[in-house]
Write a protein that binds this ligand. Sequence first.
Ligand code: NAD
Length: 567
Amino acid sequence: MKKKQTRRWEIAQKGEETLPVVRQGRELLTDSLLNKGTAFSMEERDKLKIRGLVPPRCVDMETQAHRIMNNYNWKTSPLEKFIYLSSLQDRNENLFYKVLMENLIEMTPIVYTPVVGQACQQFGHIYRRPRGMYFSTADRGKFREMMDNWPRNNVDIIVVTDGSRILGLGDLGTNGMGIPIGKLSLYIAGAGIYPSRTLPVVLDVGTNNENLLNEPLYLGSNHNRLTGDEFYEMVDEFVQAAKDRWPMALIQFEDFTNDHAFPLLEKYRDNTLCFNDDIQGTGAVILSGVIGAMRILKNKLAEQKVVFYGAGSAGIGVADMIVAGTMEEGNLTAEEARKNFWFFDSKGLVTHQRDGDLTEHKIPYARNDEFLPTLLDVVKSVKPTILMGLSGQPQTFTKEIIKEMQKHTERPVIFSLSNPTSKSECTAEQAYKWTNGNAIFVSGSPFDKVEFDGKTYIPGQGNNMYIFPGVGLGASTCQATKVTDSMFYAAAKTLAYMVTDSEFETGTVYPDLTKIREISASIASAVCRTAYAEGLAQLPIPDDIMSFIQSKMYHPDYPKYVLDEED
Ligand code: NAD
């Protein structure tokens, strides 16, 4: 009897659905997940009808990566490097992730902030190939149908933006697509989410950016942003359609303006597997830095007095997370934990006196204290142990303020988090110099190491990338029904306890980012354990959570083409 032959891909990406038709010939070379370029073996070239379609010599992935790095290094501008890496991602994703992971520290600022910001601004000009999905106002009513156009049956993580507040660049409309793409690249490189199981999305609700509306090369809808109910209805159509097609997928909200970010989080956090990285991811990474500082100071969260300079989405998100951490640590109520927080915004100390002009998210933090108009007044009156800068206002943590702080606390904890570096409330060097090397300093954007008084200090950077990949991996792997504050607290604590004593000695409160895979696996395990403890995981509990997580992580490698013989 004649043997029946079936062909399949043994895909390094475990969990990838079986491809119904084995692609071959040119079609195969244009599939970025299956394409190996010059690395196809001669046997594969014959069986897959690509002999002659690629140059004769077969090379391995190492050699290909070497060629990529040569080309990459020839590019002189960061934007050219971005374009080069994007086109590699579009033609050969496994090779892209190999190169990205091997050069993570150098390439993260290219595939993500700050260069991705420039790429978003130029999106209509540098656009080459589609990636991800777009849902526009004109598509309303058809979102569920459109979800079926996505070629993959399994999606684990969706990152969605409406492009309304891209990094610090404001409303970029559909050009914001660079952000979900970049963020998902970090999910894949940092936590081993399978590339085929990620979906970047832009909700094109319009733009209020007049330059874009008048720009012939702009690729989004040509009208102003939807507002009010129309906006929320459109987001809801998207969320429900995504949940219907991929009930287990985690939705990460990204770069929505504050007036929408908080209400959307409130609307979906208890009924949808989702989170907002700007609010919760930032909160958790900063909480981790604070826990790290507590490890150095051998002190407790509940004993700190925290002054926030800036009360926007990042400030409130950070405070909420530290409150959640303080509650977990000391078994306190939210009200008790909030007693140690003071907020200062563009109008001064946030007090109940100002109730009329306070947005809803500030009210829980409004104080009954006397109104104070300057940060120096607040520092004098409160005597904070921790100063958080999330204002976007450069050089506002002055020498006088830092010196005043140090009068009451030997080792001031200073988080100068505004991005980019030029907006930082003070520099690392200033913080160390003004405190005689005693500050525990964390920035939002990277600062070079500082030599002071014969010692080298390495300032910590509160980079969300420490947290979100592990949280996403953990929540999606155990099929959690929602992402809770306790999961973020577990993530923050895990991260803080991964810092070694020798890292602490250099002044940082974060571990080396090159350990991101190990960090993400540990965070994912902690998130899973929390999900099981809270009864929110739908997958039966595995014997060894850490091994289970690790077994689910993607490592860049080529799929193997296999010819099976069946009787
Ligand atoms: P936002 O615009 O929502 O909030 C800014 C806040 O600063 C507002 O409360 C505003 O009233 C206040 N402010 C503005 N001018 C002020 C002044 N002169 N004095 C006092 N307060 C003033 O912005 P956001 O999203 O909350 O981000 C704020 C900053 O935090 C940005 O610079 C951003 O780069 C940074 N950030 C850092 C990280 C990180 O380090 N991981 C993450 C997110 C945001």
